[in-house]
Write a protein that binds this ligand. Structure first.
Ligand code: CP
Length: 302
């Protein structure tokens, strides 16, 4: 694996390698001493051009748990404010000998662009509405941990599909494992085009009790121009995982959300009381999965 730019072009073999190694790292994270010397001497640049809590912190933790050095690039305090281009910024940072760049960006394709111009390994930490590969990997890891398999599952993704890189990466991943992927949400936010990629667009209330996994997504207001929903109240009523809907969801169904959650809109707080609500386990597993991605790109590069 040269970079991790998207799930679409990542092989099933590489996905399984990442998930299997993450199992080992998760056990390490359970030990009193959580640090391994594996990436000693390597430097990981965290280039977050868009806000993040989970992805940024867990990549930083993952790198540090493997003894890599981390440096953070903050665009608002950088010379990009003086007009320096992304390419010039990259070339200058590269001159300081970085081994990997974890990049989050508003523009789709930014990680692919960086990968063309650097010898460092590039990891996509979310590029616009395109892809968020490590989120899909940690989602798959969490599903396998709780349900014991990846193949042949029924996955229902509900919410703002149009603007969601998480939905796209998950769709690509689950289709590789012969799963059925259902999309549901306001028609303005669930484009028919996704059916060409292998998703089936469905009514939430018809499928809520027939799937193995329900993944709710955040309304990505920062990517919306104009009005896509009539009101938050209506959104909750038709597409929220409400207390009423919760009663129809089988206990065995995993309930997931990549975060951050708009509580009371995409989900009622009561969802947290379910044993099979795994939102914080997704976050926990994210560190192990990102350790695995760094390991496969940096420790095994020869
Ligand atoms: N799931 C996710 O990408 O969260 P952050 O935006 O906080 O990183």
């Amino acid at each position: 694996m040269r970079h991790l730019l998207d799930i679409e072009s990542t092989s099933v073999e590489d996905i399984l390698k990442i998930l299997d190694t993450a199992e080992i790292f998760l056990k390490v994270l359970d030990q009193p001493s959580k640090k391994l010397p594996t990436l000693k001497g390597k430097t990981v640049l965290l280039m977050f051009l868009e806000p993040s809590t989970r992805t940024q912190i867990s990549f930083e933790m993952a790198a540090k748990r493997l003894s890599a050095d981390t440096v953070s690039f903050s665009p608002s305090r950088s010379s990009m404010q003086k007009g320096e281009t992304l390419l010039d910024t990259l070339l200058n940072l590269q001159a300081m000998e970085i081994d990997a760049i974890v990049v989050r960006a508003t523009s789709p394709g930014t990680p692919h662009f960086l990968a063309k111009h650097t010898k460092a390994k590039v990891i996509n930490a979310g590029d616009g509405a395109h892809e968020h590969p490590t989120q899909a990997l940690l989602d798959a890891f969490t599903v396998r941990k709780h349900l014991g398999r990846l193949e042949g599952l029924k996955i229902l993704i509900v919410g703002d599909i149009l603007h969601s890189r998480v939905a796209r990466s998950n769709l690509f991943l689950w289709r590789k494992f012969n799963c059925e992927v259902y999309f549901s949400g306001p028609p303005t936010l669930v484009p028919k085009e996704f059916e060409k990629l292998g998703a089936k667009i469905v009514e939430l209330d018809e499928y809520i009790d027939k799937v193995d996994v329900i993944m709710a997504l955040r309304l990505q207001r920062e990517r919306m121009e104009g009005s896509f929903i009539s009101s938050q109240r209506e959104y909750r009523m038709f597409w929220g995982i409400t207390s009423e809907r919760l009663r129809r969801i089988p206990e065995s169904t995993l309930i997931m959300h990549p975060g951050p959650v708009n509580w009371g809109m995409e989900m009622d707080w009561e969802v947290n009381e379910r044993r099979n609500t795994v939102i914080l386990d997704q976050v926990r597993n994210g560190v192990a999965v990102r350790m695995s991605v760094l390991y496969h790109l940096l420790a095994r590069e020869k």
